[in-house]
Design a protein around this ligand. Structure first.
Ligand code: UDP
Length: 220
């Protein structure tokens, strides 16, 4: 008999534990047995966590399966990119998770491996790259363009016509002002937006900003 597909939440820490229930309910809706879902972690602290087996990556690859799928549940975007390459090299397919109450409006393009947590809204005509993490209660309004490996902490309010470049991190409760058609507000590659920041203008690549209005942090 052919083995069934095998699914993993890669990362068995805070992010992974928040993502596992989404994974479980998504598979349940598809009629997949709960035993075909595991945590994968390179430094496992136990054999099981919150009722789910924890495997090392090598073990995950050795477990009999027709296909393997992993969602990268690790907040650090550089780690996500490294693990995405690793998974691709070993034939593990990117897996997208969407909470059943996530709201996705019209003409949204969502890249592979995204995590849309509960109470997320993606507005119309939004384009999103690979391995986007949208945590609880965040929204991305109309006409935004989000790059690859972007991370939104909970409660991010990203208003319309904003461009968020690859590897940017937006902290809890940050508010990003709306851009205009043809003149989007741009959050540069690898920028970090502090918790609660109110972003009213462009943020250059690699810059950390905080406060209201958000300003670059002085280097210590
Ligand atoms: N991890 C891993 N492989 C890596 C890097 C990290 O399996 O190459 C795991 C690490 O062992 C830990 C989790 O990913 O269990 C990251 O947890 P952390 O608490 O640092 O971050 P979070 O869960 O908030 O993303």
């Amino acid at each position: 008999m052919k083995a069934a597909p095998l699914f993993a939440v890669y990362g068995a820490s805070g992010c992974g534990r928040s993502v596992m229930p989404l994974a479980r309910s998504q598979l349940q809706r598809q009629g997949v047995l709960p035993t075909r879902l595991v945590f994968v972690d390179d430094r496992p602290e136990a054999d099981a966590l919150n009722g789910q087996r924890v495997q090392r990556y090598e073990e995950f690859l050795e477990t009999s399966a027709s296909t393997r799928h992993a969602v990268l549940a690790i907040a650090d975007s550089a780690v996500r990119e490294r693990l995405a390459d690793r998974c691709r090299a070993s034939g593990v397919q990117p897996w997208t998770l969407m909470a059943n109450n996530a709201m996705v409006m019209d003409e949204v393009t969502l890249g592979e491996g995204a995590i849309l947590s509960p109470f997320i809204t993606l507005g119309s005509n939004v384009r999103i790259g690979r391995h986007f993490h949208a945590n609880l209660y965040s929204y991305v309004e109309h006409d935004c363009v989000i790059g690859d490996f972007v991370t939104f902490a909970p409660g991010v309010k990203c208003n319309g016509n904003v461009v968020v470049e690859d590897h940017a991190y937006v902290g809890t409760g940050a508010v990003i002002k709306q851009g205009t058609p043809g003149q989007p507000l741009v959050i540069g590659r690898g920028a970090v937006i502090g918790m609660g920041a109110v972003v009213t203008r462009h943020v250059p690549a690699g810059t950390t900003v905080a406060g209201n209005p958000a300003r670059p942090l002085a280097r210590g």
